[in-house]
Design a binder for this molecule. Structure first.
Ligand code: UD1
Ligand code: UDP
Length: 354
């Protein structure tokens, strides 16, 4: 029996881990222990996912959230190292590109514990993004790299990573979307807003490049004001704090609501007209649920969606946002660029046999 120590801490990692933890539980040769770094800590950013998605309770909760990049990553690194030294797992598994990802990978690699990286090989080629630093370093620390797309696989090969360490599994977020969509449900407050299914736009904004720039954030809200349909915007705490600080008031048709759980978010994605986002995960979920996506960034890691014509990059340009909202494209149908929904099972099998 091998022990996998999973290190996670931020919202998108709970979604990915929900799919993989279930597959590990079904694999007799593996057992999983979870470290939650505490990077995301509000109940609506953390607990709700563990409850709704039935993720196993973390064995360790570090309570390290907030603060600068160095302070957060450094404190997580120190605490994860202590746990790894005492538990000596066979593998450490990390997801995506957050500070918790890098802290887990670095702590393990220095102790010669092999690292498995889920969602490896993604690149924006923008080193000003903290995520780009985290994902490049994590990929080069990892022993096993699970990639969601062929493009990610080719990127890792270009960077000199040995082909036998790279496994093209598909995207575990597709596994999660397919598994949980049967349980999708509207938020309790949805009817009270007077919106109809199909009659609203769904928006999320949290990326540092947008929230740390008053000009970009103001430009985005200027662009959103052109929408003819109401916009529902579940607000990430980072963005809420910036809006409060800047005293920025969105236009009347933009409805700010607290972050929602995954089952509610899935329902909103399935029932909106168009998705507007700067999130990585939400860009793909728009495609999984057959919705066109406007991405409020200058580049994306998920370039295949742009190539397919279902994702449009507008950056924070108010005119391009308004132009898109006045003539949104037709809903796409979901193809197979992200695999067949069985990525998590493949990951568990490879780990058991490695
Ligand atoms: C992090 C990830 C980003 C990911 C995002 C998912 C890094 C560098 N960034 O960004 O890649 O896309 O999570 O949502 O790891 N806060 C709260 N309550 C919470 C969580 C955060 O109030 O539960 C506030 C804190 O003031 C914190 C700020 O949000 O300082 C930013 O949180 P942080 O985890 O540093 O970065 P995110 O923007 O969430
Ligand atoms: N999500 C959610 N509720 C929300 C906003 C997002 O459940 O209010 C989910 C979303 O469906 C996706 C994941 O959170 O599965 C994406 O996380 P986020 O956008 O925070 O991070 P990113 O993917 O950009 O790293």
């Amino acid at each position: 029996m091998k022990t996998i120590m999973t290190v996670l801490g931020a919202r998108p990692q709970f979604v990915k881990a929900a799919a993989v933890s279930r597959a590990i539980a079904e694999e007799a040769r593996l057992q999983e222990h979870i470290i939650h770094t505490g990077q995301h800590y509000d109940p609506s950013m953390s607990d709700v996912f563990f409850e709704e998605m039935e993720i196993p309770r973390p064995h360790h909760h570090l309570g390290v959230g907030g603060g600068s990049h160095g302070a957060m990553t450094g404190e997580q690194l120190r605490r994860i190292e202590d746990i790894l030294l005492s538990e000596q797992p066979d593998w450490v598994m990390v997801y995506g590109d957050t500070n918790s990802t890098l802290a887990g990978a670095l702590a393990a690699a220095k102790l010669h514990i092999p690292v498995a990286h889920v969602e490896a090989g993604l690149r924006s080629f923008n080193r000003r993004m903290p995520e780009e630093i985290n994902r490049v370093l994590t990929d080069h620390l990892a022993e096993l790299l699970f990639v969601p797309t062929q493009g990610a696989e080719q990127q890792l090969q270009r960077e000199g990573i040995a082909p036998e360490r790279i496994h093209l599994t598909g995207d575990v977020m597709l596994d999660a979307a397919l598994h949980y969509r049967k349980r999708a449900r509207p938020p309790a407050w949805f009817d009270a807003l007077g919106m109809e299914p199909g009659g609203f736009l769904l928006c999320t904004i949290h990326r540092a490049e947008n929230t740390d720039s008053p000009q970009r954030l103001a430009d985005i809200f200027k662009g959103l004001a052109a929408a003819k349909l109401p916009i529902l915007l579940p607000l990430h705490p980072r963005t809420r704090k910036t809006l409060e600080r800047l005293q920025l008031k969105p236009a009347a048709q933009v409805h700010l609501v607290p972050p929602v759980g995954y089952l509610e978010m899935t329902w909103l994605e399935m029932n909106c007209q168009t998705v507007i986002t700067d999130s990585g995960g939400v860009q793909k979920e728009a495609y999984f649920h057959g919705k066109p996506c406007l991405t409020l960034r200058d580049e994306t890691e998920w370039t295949e969606l742009v190539d397919l014509g279902v994702n449009t990059l507008t950056g924070a340009d108010p005119e391009r946002i308004a132009e898109y909202l006045n003539a949104p494209p037709c809903a796409p149908s979901c193809g197979d660029v992200y695999g067949d929904g069985r990525a998590a099972r493949m990951i568990a099998r490879i780990l058991a046999e490695s």
